[in-house]
Design a protein around this ligand. Sequence first.
Ligand SMILES: [Fe+2]
Ligand SMILES: [Fe+2]
Length: 363
Amino acid sequence: MISSELLESIDPESREKAKAVLRVRFRHTNHDHPLVAQLVRFAYSELLERLAASLDDGKLDPALQIPQQPVETSAPHIPQSLSIDALLSQRINLVALPQLVVQLQEAINSPKASADDIAKIISNDVKLTASLLRLVNSPLYGLATRIETVSRAVAIIGLRPLASLAMGATLLSGFNRQMHNEAMEQFWLHSIACATIAKRLAEQTNRQEPERYFVDGLLHDIGRLFILGGFPENAEAVYNYASAMGMSLHEAENALIGFSHVDIGGRILEKWNLSEATTAAVRLHHTPEAQPESPFDDQHIIHLADAIAKALGYHARGDFYVPKVSNFSWTKLGLGLNRMDDIIANLNLEIETVAHIMLYASL
Ligand SMILES: [Fe+2]
Ligand SMILES: [Fe+2]
């Protein structure tokens, strides 16, 4: 949190500016929820720190630009032919799962696969090995000793967690190579933030496989890539409409194209044969209360991680607003509010490090 000395050094006009950014960022959320109140406090402190830094180096931090104020606008024309099936058939190259991921999945699911088998699959890919080792040596794990080999990583982190991580890294690098622009970078930064936060929430509540939630977070908005890749002009029109109307992207997609990124994302994950738990996270992260009898808790953790990521300013294009936090999900998480301070305080560094490894160091 920002020190009172630093706070005093920031002029009232700049403080008002930070508040204006936050008023828009948090305009759709439930301010009476204790987690939201804590996120607002943290986000304010964080913005002021950024502001102090940008005053020092003379550059205006993009996080401090006040977003467009919502204005009523008419709905753009979207062709009727837009359907999930049309999108899936148009994006054949994206629908194919990388061979490496298929091999990893088979190995994880095979009772006969050994740690050596998994280590061999990973080690065959030099770039994947390098980025995995950077990840396990990053603050994401906070290990005391350096891990230099994949087999050592398997021994320390575990077979399934490492395979999950490898799967996430491979998927991300595959997509990242295909499309490269600012919107895509923002998209992956949001996904990586959500993944890192989800893993941390899972660890702090002693869940069995924190890496599973990391993969959930990486993939939770994957449906957006198909809409963006298949119909870029329409995707842009939906983003603009959502911002102008002050709607969540999920609502705007449903209103304009009749389905949203969670529908198409769920279909893709089924096609890829990914776990039901991850599919639940993708399908239900905006409506975590829709299936209260669900045996999984992935949708709850990803719903909260998505909200926290946006609260901290890690939002993708066209999806700016912190959503309403589901109290059902918050209760399912089972984390005391008093422990959130410590978790949030370290998130930025963790997210930036993981993003650096996964996005900017060439995979
Ligand atoms: Fe989403
Ligand atoms: Fe999201």
